[in-house]
Write a protein that binds this ligand. Structure first.
Ligand SMILES: Nc1ncnc2c1ncn2[C@@H]1O[C@H](COP(=O)(O)OP(=O)(O)OP(=O)(O)O)[C@@H](O)[C@H]1O
Length: 349
């Protein structure tokens, strides 16, 4: 009875604390919050503007458009917390939005983290989530959460490979019999693709553009392999020689060239995790293939490109942006059975 009241007043939460976006799932309800991982602050006082409400979507609208007195801060970089205080403020705000929280109860939380972060970095996630209002906290590797969210049969004696390409990290893992048998994580992902487009325009067009414009170009005309009909887009920026605003037309072939280095690093990350694997399991991958998750996996023709480079089937999850959060939510439903597999304070780090 008390447990049911507790569940009603304060449901368990699954959290994907991402570099670009934070998603929260409530046990039994799925993903209920999807907000950018950003806060807008008054520069002098470092107080969140809008009476503490300029967090997430509202703050994101301000990125690159703020006057000097206001700054937009992202408290997570490459999946690692870089500003503990702000991360705690942001999470407390998101918890309140995501659940009704009452009766003095604190929600149990399953939180996804990159696989190759240090124990100090894991503790930072643990402490921030705890101070934001969580009760018991369980950490799970992002790639494992992604494989669960994508519905891969990871408990079977068969290799299943997943690659989550987010904004700040690419996480690749091969799982069999419920355990990770190989994994590799690199701090290259969607944000680095945006930076590569910024560099390309600076070098080839002497044009300076901001991060949001670069991201939009990537989404609008970016691709990893040739398109049936190539695309183009007009881009506005600042001429770095004359110092006045100017337009240029960028093609999808040019964006592909700009993204080349990032894409090869991702291919090498996937190959490195395959190389760690037993040959028997590598054989399975010819059938089970690779499942792509994370926002970066939405790049056009990435599945085609990876299929060509790796020689195995590649499929994109049906809703790659929310796969990890869905995975944490499934973990909540099986918390009693699975909790010894999660990392908890004192046990896993
Ligand atoms: N259609 C698209 N094409 C290419 N990239 C996209 C597309 N949609 C979103 N992205 C990119 O996906 C990234 C965000 O993905 P996601 O929300 O999974 O990352 P995250 O969880 O915040 O990051 P991380 O897991 O690395 O900490 C951004 O870089 C964004 O530009």
């Amino acid at each position: 009875m008390l447990n049911r009241l507790r569940d009603w007043l304060c449901p368990d939460l699954g959290i994907d604390l991402g570099t670009v976006n934070t998603r929260i799932a409530v046990r039994g309800l799925g993903v209920v919050l999807d907000e950018p991982t950003v806060l807008a602050l008054e520069r002098k006082t470092r107080r969140v503007i809008g009476r503490g409400a300029a967090i997430g979507k509202l703050a994101r609208q301000m990125v690159g458009r703020t006057p000097d007195s206001i700054i937009a801060v992202n408290p997570v970089r490459h999946g690692v917390i870089t500003d503990f205080e702000l991360c705690e403020v942001m999470l407390r705000y998101f918890f309140q939005k995501a659940s009704r929280q009452g009766g003095g109860f604190r929600p149990r939380c399953v939180v996804s983290v990159p696989s190759e972060i240090s124990s100090v970095e894991k503790r930072a996630v643990y402490n921030s989530v705890e101070r934001a209002g969580a009760g018991r906290i369980f950490l799970i590797d992002k790639a494992r959460a992604a494989s669960i969210g994508a519905g891969l049969p990871i408990s079977e004696p068969l290799a299943n490979m997943v690659c989550d390409i987010g904004g700040g990290t690419t996480e690749c893992a091969i799982l069999s019999l419920g355990e990770s048998v190989a994994s590799k994580s690199i701090r290259i992902a969607g944000n680095d693709m945006d930076e590569a487009i910024i560099d390309y325009l600076r070098q080839h067009y002497s044009l300076r553009i901001g991060r949001p414009t670069a991201e939009q170009l990537k989404i609008d005309i970016g691709s990893a392999a040739a398109l049936d009909t190539e695309l183009s887009s007009e881009v506005r920026g600042l001429d770095s020689i004359s110092g006045i605003p100017r337009k240029a037309v960028l093609t999808s072939e040019e964006v592909r060239e700009a993204l080349g280095e990032c894409l090869w690093k991702i291919v090498n990350c996937i190959k490195a995790s395959i190389e760690q694997c037993d040959p028997e399991l590598i054989g399975d991958l010819a059938d089970t293939g690779l499942t792509l998750t994370g926002g970066g996996a939405l790049l056009r023709n990435l599945d085609l490109f990876l299929r060509e480079q790796l020689g195995i089937p590649v499929r994109l999850d049906s809703d790659p942006l929310s796969t990890v959060a869905r995975g944490t939510s499934i973990c909540l439903e099986h918390l009693a059975n699975w909790q010894q597999r999660f990392q908890t304070e004192g046990a896993g780090f």
